[in-house]
Design a protein around this ligand. Structure first.
Ligand code: PLP
Length: 371
């Protein structure tokens, strides 16, 4: 008998985690799998950043901080943005509980019921779910098979109901990187339609073949989000940040006051150290892994070379990702079917954030299964 006291709000019907749960259920039965499914770096937080967090705890920085983040961290973020973008005006900065926190605050602040939010398909799963939860309508724009930013397709997807665009470069799950020309073309459309763009730049450090270009560098009306999770392997510390139009930031900050309250205090203290940490050797190691994946899966499985992040989005043999992933799992390799990130289920996502040895073994098995 259904109990009123256990009733779940209607909006929760809009969330569905079944795709990824199936994979994790299968994974739970594996002993010592070659796990190429993980969305976080395999290196640990660099020692100086750990020390900064530990020192902060010892020094008593264990209380709530200001809702928008400590003054010190926001000042450093502002300094960095001024240097990177040449900004001269005083923008607002909000330190968030990961980029996830920033996305949640942004969606609830911006999306009205019925509003449409346009983003590339394949996409980071959270976009669709948060738009749904806000009462909006996700509008995924097909970018198969090369995953480049198809500006015309974006333009065609925009309607009078479009509230905002989301851009994610380097991208999860495809590793696609958008160049300056693409971003400028998109900005032109956004200007014409007076649309805000959320730019999720959580993988900005992991850009291998060209200098990283930010949407914020080419379009003023950008809500820029960056994180510490992937760049410094701090996924468990819950740290991200956001800047953009002041009226929007003010409302997001107010909502943070009534939800997350603030990002973790010791992680904010360590964030100062992180922003001064040179991660180039880590990134170089990931570029080598990317090259290994590309050199094997390019010829063997028709992979389009990913330019950033730490993922490859690989065509599944036979065009049926769920079937191929089940076969891979039977052979002890864990990857994720593309249907989790897309309206299509023709590819699988491989994360190369693992040891070279495991990666090599996993690639050999996948190629064997494809043959
Ligand atoms: N955005 C993208 C594209 C991601 O892949 C992730 C994590 O996988 C996030 C945002 C959220 O990261 P976090 O909340 O740890 O900052």
């Amino acid at each position: 008998m259904s109990r009123k006291s256990h009733a779940i709000a209607d909006r929760m019907r809009l969330l569905d985690a079944s795709g990824i749960r199936k994979v994790f259920d299968l994974a739970a039965k594996m002993t010592d799998p070659i796990n190429l499914s993980i969305g976080q770096p395999d290196f640990d937080v660099p020692p100086a950043i750990k020390d900064a967090a530990i020192e902060a705890i010892r020094a008593g920085q264990n209380k709530y901080t200001q809702t928008e983040g400590t003054f010190k961290l926001r000042s450093l973020l502002e300094q960095r943005c001024r240097a990177e973008f040449g900004w001269t005006d005083g923008k607002a900065y909000l330190v968030t509980s990961g980029v996830s926190g920033a996305l949640m605050l942004a969606m609830l602040t911006l999306v009205n019921p019925g509003d449409e939010v346009v983003f590339a398909d394949p996409y980071f799963v959270m976009y669709a779910h948060l738009v749904n939860l806000s009462g909006g309508r996700p509008v995924p724009v097909n970018t198969y098979d090369d995953f480049r930013l198809d500006v015309q397709a974006f333009a065609d997807a925009i309607t009078d109901k479009t509230r905002l665009l989301i851009v994610n470069s380097p991208a999860n799950p495809t590793g696609a990187v958008y160049g300056e020309r693409d971003l400028r073309d998109l900005a032109e459309i956004a200007v014409k339609r007076d649309l805000l763009v959320i730019s999720d730049e959580i993988y900005n450090l992991f850009c291998y073949d060209q200098p990283f270009v930010s949407m914020a560098a080419v379009y003023e009306n950008t809500l820029l989000m960056r994180g510490f999770s992937k760049s410094y392997a701090m996924t468990g510390w819950r740290m991200g940040w956001c800047t953009g139009p002041r009226p929007i930031l003010e409302k997001m900050t107010m909502l943070q006051q009534y939800s997350f309250v603030c990002a973790p205090s010791m992680a904010q203290a360590a964030g100062l150290e992180a922003l001064d940490t040179d991660m180039s050797s880590y990134v170089a190691a990931y570029k080598k892994k990317r090259d290994m994946v590309d050199s094997v899966l390019g010829p063997a499985m028709g992979l389009v070379k990913p330019g950033g992040a730490f993922y490859a989005f690989v065509p599944a043999p036979g065009g049926d990702a769920t079937r191929f992933v089940a076969k891979a799992i039977e052979n002890n390799v864990l990857v994720i079917p593309g249907g989790v990130f897309s309206t299509r289920d023709t590819h699988f996502r491989l994360s190369y954030a693992t040891s070279d040895e495991k990666l090599r073994k996993g690639l050999d098995i996948l190629v064997g299964l494809a043959g």
